[in-house]
Design a protein around this ligand. Structure first.
Ligand SMILES: *Cc1c(COP(=O)(O)O)cnc(C)c1O
Length: 388
């Protein structure tokens, strides 16, 4: 029954691995959700908005004004970007922003350039739009792209280039030079740049997060997407946003009003307040995640994995071959039973034969968990060496 263009997307790996984790009582480092809730003030604001605040009815289609203003203020504060709140569209998470943008800008015959491996919703949303996906590989150990391969992916039909930095699943953070090259090619081929910046506050070791829209001349062809889920540890809230030039945001708004129209009325003003939290909050996110990254990375190394450096996001990618596991997919399915830890194979974030092959031995672990949970996971994986 399922329409042909959606047949490659019938199940997501997260559902399967999470089910396995529950069945075996494994520590789930597969799907990237934190095991603690976000800032107390955010939670209290949302509760108040529901019980006493009278914020439970339809919000305005583009999102509540407080949140659109807060997004604009946040972009000014962190990146010195001038954003008009009228050009901010609130969405049901970054996921709906991505879908709305692609459905609003792309159709049959158009091409979308993105990087492989990629966040799983990209391929599905591109397929829904009817456009064709062209991917540029990010290869271990540093997961940088080859400039020639990037250029070769662009054609006169390229409508959108979809960039995610800090990058899930690899933990790479695109440099100003890399982003400049992407921007130059987008300009040369007259494509729109869509940036997924949901990990914007999770770049480590002083690595700067550079929004594409801050590069000279790029704001006029860039749609910038982010969300509250990762920054404020509320992945279940699905409050996201996109901003950019009015005609591009307008295309996304037109689609979005027939997807969800709107949602999260009591959550939106709470997120607006959270975006204005002081520097101590944002610094704390980085300090905490840096410690967790090191805890898990060191532990995985001690357990025998090859561990790639994570510069951003809350994921670390490993190569399981030194342990005797050549296939990350196979390992991810066996890991819960072997040692009571769940992770996801990186190959599921790829779809070209070369991409799947390049990612075959790699497994991704999430470190957005309490320190004691990470310590326990590392202990459990200690005996893995003898089990290949
Ligand atoms: C988690 C994630 C999203 C989804 O964000 P939501 O706000 O939960 O929809 C989008 N892109 C990437 C790269 C992610 O990791």
């Amino acid at each position: 029954m399922l329409v042909e263009r959606m047949r490659p997307f019938t199940s997501t790996i997260f559902t399967e691995i999470s089910r396995l984790a529950v069945e075996t009582g494994a520590i789930n480092l597969g799907q990237g959700f934190p095991d603690t809730d976000g800032p107390a003030s955010l939670l209290a604001d949302a509760a108040h908005n529901i019980t006493d605040g009278g914020r439970n009815q339809y919000p305005p289609g583009p999102g509540v004004l407080e949140l659109r203003e807060a997004v604009a203020a946040h972009q000014k504060r962190f990146y010195d970007l001038d954003v008009d709140p009228a050009d901010v569209l609130v969405t049901a998470g970054a996921t709906e922003a991505i879908a709305s943008v692609l459905l609003g800008l792309c159709g049959g015959g158009d091409e979308v350039v993105t990087f492989e491996p990629y966040y799983d919703s990209y391929a599905a949303s591109i397929a829904l739009s009817g456009a064709t996906r062209h991917t540029v590989p990010l290869r271990a150990p540093d997961f940088a792209f080859d400039p020639d391969e990037l250029r070769a992916a662009f054609t006169s039909r390229t409508k959108v280039v979809l960039v995610n930095s800090p990058h899930n699943p690899t933990g790479a953070v695109f440099s100003r030079e890399q982003l400049t090259l992407i921007g130059e090619l987008a300009t040369e081929f007259d494509a729109v740049v869509v940036t997924d910046e949901v990990y914007e506050h999770m770049a480590f070791d002083g690595t700067p997060h550079v929004p594409m829209a801050t590069l000279p001349g790029m704001a006029e062809r860039t749609l910038t997407i982010s969300s509250a889920g990762k920054t404020f540890s509320v992945t279940g809230w699905k409050v996201g946003w996109v901003h950019g030039p009015p005609e591009l945001v307008g295309a996304a708004r037109t689609v979005k009003q027939f997807l969800t129209f709107h949602g999260g009325a009591p959550l939106q003003p709470a997120v607006a307040n959270a975006l204005a939290l002081d520097d101590a909050f944002y610094d704390g996110v980085i300090t905490d995640l840096t410690r967790k990254r090191d805890l898990l990375s060191d532990g995985l190394r001690a357990a025998g994995f090859d561990v790639f450096a994570t510069h951003g996001t809350y994921f670390v990618v490993t190569d399981a071959r030194p342990l005797g596991f050549d296939d990350g997919f196979d390992l991810a399915y066996r890991l819960p039973e072997l040692c009571g830890v769940a992770a996801v194979p990186v190959s599921v974030f790829a779809s070209t034969p070369e991409g799947v092959e390049a990612m075959r031995p790699l497994v991704r672990f999430a470190f957005c968990k309490r320190d004691e949970v990470l310590t326990e996971a590392v202990e459990r994986m200690g005996g893995l060496r003898d089990k290949a």
